[in-house]
Design a protein around this ligand. Structure first.
Ligand SMILES: Cc1cc2nc3c(=O)[nH]c(=O)nc-3n(C[C@H](O)[C@H](O)[C@H](O)COP(=O)(O)OP(=O)(O)OC[C@H]3O[C@@H](n4cnc5c(N)ncnc54)[C@H](O)[C@@H]3O)c2cc1C
Length: 146
């Protein structure tokens, strides 16, 4: 089915965090950001929302790992060739290749999925550590003032 899709010139405008390059703190999400589909629109909203929350706390938006679907989608949107850019649904082809090629498609996809989940787990651990560190920094800054 062909349907209307109105979107910004994402590769010229956005970072993989769905934040605009020229105006930090301004994010796009959903179909207008240059993604296609229900899940991808929601995914871009998740990434943009987390980035906006970070900005509100005076921090940079996090970089989602490129091995994950969220990171790969952001990179596709922001780093594609602007000329002739077309929104896409998520596809395994957006992910970086495995270090050793696997010919069996089902096995390859299973490995890519496993790697994606591991990368998100590591990312979440890193975020938790960063939050802990920034809470510690804020606490020590406060105690230095008092
Ligand atoms: C016919 C059709 C079939 C599709 N089938 C599929 C499918 O099978 N699978 C799939 O993954 N995707 C499908 N899509 C694509 C999918 O619908 C979109 O990618 C997705 O809904 C985009 O989500 P969104 O939240 O970005 O935008 P939308 O779902 O379009 O939401 C935008 C909202 O903003 C509101 N709005 C607009 N302007 C204003 C304004 N000025 N003030 C306040 N509110 C405003 C609109 O009323 C709307 O509720 C289909 C699309 C169409 C048109």
């Amino acid at each position: 089915m062909i349907h209307r899709n109105t979107y910004i010139d994402a590769p010229a405008v956005l970072e993989p965090s769905f934040e605009t390059r020229r105006r930090p703190g301004l994010f796009f999400a959903g179909q207008i950001s240059g993604v296609e589909g229900y899940v991808e629109s929601a995914a871009s909203g998740l990434v943009a929302g987390i980035g906006a929350a970070q900005r509100a706390r005076g921090l940079a938006p996090p970089e989602f790992p490129c091995e994950s679907a969220l990171g790969a989608l952001g990179r596709y949107v922001a780093r594609s060739e602007p000329r002739g850019y077309q929104p896409t649904n998520f596809a395994f082809g957006l992910l970086p290749e495995l270090s050793s090629p696997v010919r069996n498609k089902a096995r390859r996809r299973a490995l890519l999925t496993e790697r994606a989940l591991e990368s998100i787990d590591r990312f979440r651990c890193g975020q938790a550590t960063d939050e802990g560190n920034s809470a510690e920094r804020a606490e020590s800054a406060l105690s230095a003032q008092t």
